[in-house]
Design a protein around this ligand. Structure first.
Ligand SMILES: Cc1ncc(C[n+]2csc(CCOP(=O)(O)OP(=O)(O)O)c2C)c(N)n1
Ligand code: SF4
Ligand SMILES: [Mg+2]
Length: 262
């Protein structure tokens, strides 16, 4: 049974509004992404990390194309829009033309692994001093929940209705694991935003990646597992556990490589 606070006894503290929790670098708190989507949480982590390091004035975010691209108009940092999958090359150009710029890419699994795999691999192999961030939900969310190169075996998508089948669809590409093997990478890690603890850990990974870039240590990469209840065809409240049991069981969160000094 619900309990109600007596109205003749208001709290001493004024109630907190949603606006109080919107990070400084997100201009407009409202967005049109689905309820339960993990991407706004991931975006928040990225913006909070840039803000905390006081890098706002010299940061440029290069966006790929996916649901997260909706945030490209909401942020109080410089933003460039890349063609699908091409953000690492555009980011390379920005960084090389003005090395004092802190350059991050924001891309999805469809954008980065299905459409632009060679871009990110070559940028990593060149040791470009940029930070690439992949929001991995295992689907092409924006276009309707189709299978991507990171979709895990058994995962039901619009183009794998019976679940991804290795014989029919091939196996998922674990991008962080690939990048960790490349000599040009300084920091490679995978986080998730399906619990408060994982959000806090992801933020730390992002801060570490920014440190790598500030130290000119080479290519840094943070993969963030995000919920997509719409593209997973499940109820919103099931998504955090679904992420844990399916995506995170294959794309395991953790630090895969860190060559920075302490
Ligand atoms: C060259 C090209 N191919 C296809 C598209 C259509 N398209 C737009 S968004 C999108 C899905 C992106 O998926 P992902 O990067 O995983 O982001 P999500 O929507 O899941 O956040 C696709 C296929 C496009 N814009 N350009
Ligand atoms: S389709 Fe998926 S990724 Fe896109 S806004 Fe909805 S929940 Fe988020
Ligand atoms: Mg996706």
């Amino acid at each position: 049974m619900s309990t109600y606070l007596p109205t003749d006894n208001p709290p001493d503290e004024p109630s907190r509004l949603v606006d109080d929790f919107v990070p400084t670098l997100i201009d407009v708190g409202a967005h049109h992404l689905c309820p339960g989507c993990g991407e706004p949480i991931a975006m928040r982590c990225v913006m909070e990390a840039i803000d905390e390091r006081e890098l706002t004035a010299r940061s440029v975010a290069v966006f790929g194309i996916g649901c997260y691209t909706a945030f490209s108009n909401n942020l109080d940092i410089e933003v460039l829009q890349a063609l699908h999958g091409r953000a690492p090359s555009l980011a390379t150009g920005v960084k090389r033309s003005k090395p004092s710029t802190i350059v991050v890419t924001i891309q999805g699994d469809g954008d980065m692994v299905s459409e632009g795999l060679q871009e990110v691999l070559h940028a990593a192999a060149r040791g470009e001093n940029i930070t690439c961030i992949m929001l991995n939900n295992g689907v092409f969310g924006e276009t309707g929940g189709h299978m991507t190169a990171t979709t895990v075996l058994g995962q039901r998508t619009k183009t794998s209705l019976e679940g991804r089948d290795a014989a029919l669809h091939g196996r998922p590409i674990l991008l962080s694991s690939l990048l960790a093997q490349i000599d040009g990478t300084a920091f490679v890690a995978r986080g998730a935003v399906n619990s408060a603890g994982n959000v806090a850990r992801t933020k730390k990974l992002l801060l570490r990646a920014l440190t790598a870039q500030e130290q000119n240590a080479g290519f840094s990469f943070v993969e963030i597992l995000t919920m997509c209840p719409t593209g997973w065809f499940i109820e919103t409240e099931e998504a955090p556990d679904y992420l844990n049991d399916n995506l995170a069981a294959v794309h395991e969160p953790g630090v895969l490589k860190d060559v920075l000094g302490q």
